[in-house]
Structure formats: structure tokens, C-alpha cells
Design a protein around this ligand. Structure first.
Ligand code: PLP
Length: 227
């Protein structure tokens, strides 16, 4: 077994992203790799920063708060990628660059309220569940348009795109990623120039190359960086 360092793993992931981008006629610089640090402690997260990673994702608010405080000396961007309870919104907003996991109108309304009171605004993605797996988080595709239309007028949160996952055990993740992209395209033409849905947060350690083929702009990569 080879004991690669985090720096070697980070370099390797970047190479794979660049190769996949080229094969899809895309540029790697148009994609952001979010290093999902939920598996590791503060020290290993810091090593990933030293390797060159500047965007970090956590899926539990408590871990996000703790890590961002412990790493406040670094210039990096935090992404909230897991379920956010409404009572954790206020404390999370000042820390994050983007919340990927907005999965209900009620959460969006809470974020709007808190961002307004904090005198700030923030970027969000709408999380959709396209795989039909009831254990998965995210809103159903049928609810997306209604929820998005209700969020657009809110002044303190801006929808930047969609986030989603391919179904587990799905032999061909690409079909799920294509479905997310098509939902985004449809929503963009419905909402018009009031919003710019440029971002597609899709692709994890096991399937990011398929996600790149379908237009992903944000890759959320964890396990292959650390083991
Ligand atoms: C853990 C997690 C990831 C990273 O998954 P890996 O397969 O470890 O790369 C990405 N997105 C979300 C929402 C996660 O919870």
C-alpha cells in the first residue's frame, strides 16, 4: 500500500480534473474543487490548504463552525454542503461563501431573515434529489420551480445554481448529472435574466469525471484526498 501525502493526493485529483476537463472540451480553471474536510481533523485540513486547496466543504454546521474558527488565520472559502437546520442559519451565514444544500423554502426564508438582520447577503444553491432515492436529501424536481420562484424576490440570498448527487449504486451516474443540468437549464429559461444559474455543484470522489462531462462547475471531493 502506498502512503501518499495529502499534497500528492491533491495534485493527483487536480490532474484528473484537468484531464477530464480537456476530454470534455472544457477548462479546468472553470471548475472549483471543494475539498470536503469532514473526514479529517483541523491539522489535516491545514495540510490540504498547504497543498493548494482554497475551497473547503463541511456537511455538519458544528464542524464548520469549529474548523473555521481554528483555521481563521488562513484565507479560504467555506462551503456548507450538508443539511442545515433553520436554528443554525444565523451562526453559519457569516462563515460561508456558499450554502449548497438549500432544500426547502422555509430554510431559504430563514436565511433571508438572518442575512437581512446581519446586514449581509449570501450565495446559495438549490439542492435537488433527481435519483428518486427517498433516503437522499434535496427537493424533488417537481417542487423546484415553485420554490425557486418564491426565493428570487428575496433580496439577501442569491441563487447561483443547483447541487445534486447521483444515486448510490447507480451504474451510470452521468444520467443523473444530465438530469440536474437539464433542470438548471429549464429553470434558467423560466426565470430569465433576474438570476444567473451558472453553478452546478455535482461530482464526488467516485463520479466527478462523469459530472465534469455534464457541465459541473463545483466538485465536492473528500475521501480520495485522505485515504
Ligand atoms: C461527504 C460528501 C461529499 C464528498 O464525498 P466523497 O465521496 O468522500 O468525495 C460530497 N458532498 C456531500 C454532500 C457530502 O456529504
Amino acid at each position: 500500500m502506498s502512503l501518499e501525502s495529502i499534497a500528492e493526493r491533491w495534485a493527483n485529483v487536480n490532474e484528473r480534473v484537468a484531464t477530464a476537463a480537456t476530454q470534455s472540451g472544457r477548462a479546468a480553471r472553470d471548475m472549483t474543487i471543494v475539498g470536503v474536510s469532514k473526514y479529517v481533523d483541523v491539522e489535516q485540513t491545514r495540510q490540504l490548504y498547504k497543498a493548494g486547496c482554497r475551497d473547503f466543504g463541511e456537511c455538519r454546521p458544528q464542524s464548520l463552525w469549529e474548523k473555521s474558527a481554528a483555521l481563521s488565520d488562513l484565507s479560504l472559502r467555506w462551503h456548507m454542503i450538508g443539511h442545515l437546520q433553520r436554528n443554525k442559519s444565523r451562526r453559519t451565514i457569516p462563515i460561508v461563501h456558499c450554502i449548497h444544500s438549500v432544500d426547502s423554502l422555509r430554510l431559504a426564508q430563514q436565511l433571508e431573515l438572518d442575512a437581512n438582520e446581519l446586514g449581509t447577503s449570501l450565495s446559495i444553491l438549490l439542492e435537488v434529489n433527481v435519483s428518486g432515492d427517498p433516503n437522499k436529501t434535496g427537493m424533488l424536481p417537481d417542487d423546484l420551480s415553485k420554490i425557486a420562484n418564491a426565493i428570487v424576490p428575496l433580496r439577501h440570498i442569491q441563487i447561483r445554481g443547483l447541487m445534486g448527487m447521483a444515486g448510490l449504486g447507480n451504474q451510470e451516474p452521468r444520467a443523473d448529472f444530465a438530469a440536474i443540468r437539464e433542470l438548471r437549464d429549464r429553470l434558467q429559461s423560466e426565470l430569465g435574466s433576474d438570476v444567473q444559474l451558472d453553478e452546478l455543484s455535482m461530482g464526488m470522489s467516485g463520479d466527478f469525471e462523469s459530472a465534469i462531462q455534464e457541465g459541473s462547475t463545483i466538485l465536492r471531493i473528500g475521501s480520495i484526498l485522505f485515504s
